[in-house]
Design a protein around this ligand. Structure first.
Ligand code: 5GP
Ligand code: ZN
Length: 139
């Protein structure tokens, strides 16, 4: 049994599990999330099994995300929403439950009561400079 055999999104891609498939091309597909934060909550998924963004190439990433713009517009217009959030949970620590890369598209409306519980804080002294250097030195 490989990871791909049991993976829920690979099984959906192979048609072994039913889904509300909104979109499909050679490299990616989009389905309605069965437990939506809001109606229209959609998952854009690469067909290739990969747990993390680190596991696909830049070209595979580009192909996966090609339908994103059109999909977001259809979701916003179709659900009568005003905007959307894009969320990628990469790693269990980040809340990833299904270990097959996917991007959440969540349509949003003013006062829709969705709360991601963010608690932004200013950087402590010198931390911004240090963090900037740690990241920029790797790019
Ligand atoms: P994660 O927490 O891994 O970023 O999100 C996984 C998402 O997949 C969840 O929002 C969950 O509701 C959704 N999900 C899990 N199993 C299925 C399924 O069988 N079909 C569909 N359409 N969505 C699923
Ligand atoms: Zn998979």
């Amino acid at each position: 049994m490989t990871e791909k055999t049991n993976c829920i999104f690979c099984r959906i891609a192979r048609g072994e599990i039913t889904s509300s498939k909104l979109y499909e091309d050679e490299t990616s597909f989009a389905i309605l999330d069965t437990n939506p934060i809001r109606p229209g909550h959609t998952l854009l998924i690469p067909k290739k099994h990969a747990a993390s963004l680190a596991d696909i190439s830049a070209d595979e990433q580009a192909n996966w995300l090609k339908p994103l713009k059109k999909l977001c517009a259809a979701i916003v217009e179709g659900t009568g929403s005003e905007g959307f959030n894009l969320i990628l949970n990469d790693g269990r620590c980040a809340g990833q439950v299904v270990p097959h890369l996917h991007l959440h598209i969540i349509p949003r409306q003013t006062n829709d009561q969705v709360d991601f519980n963010w608690a932004p804080q200013p950087y402590p002294p010198d931390q911004l400079k240090k963090t900037f250097q740690q990241i920029s030195s790797r790019l």
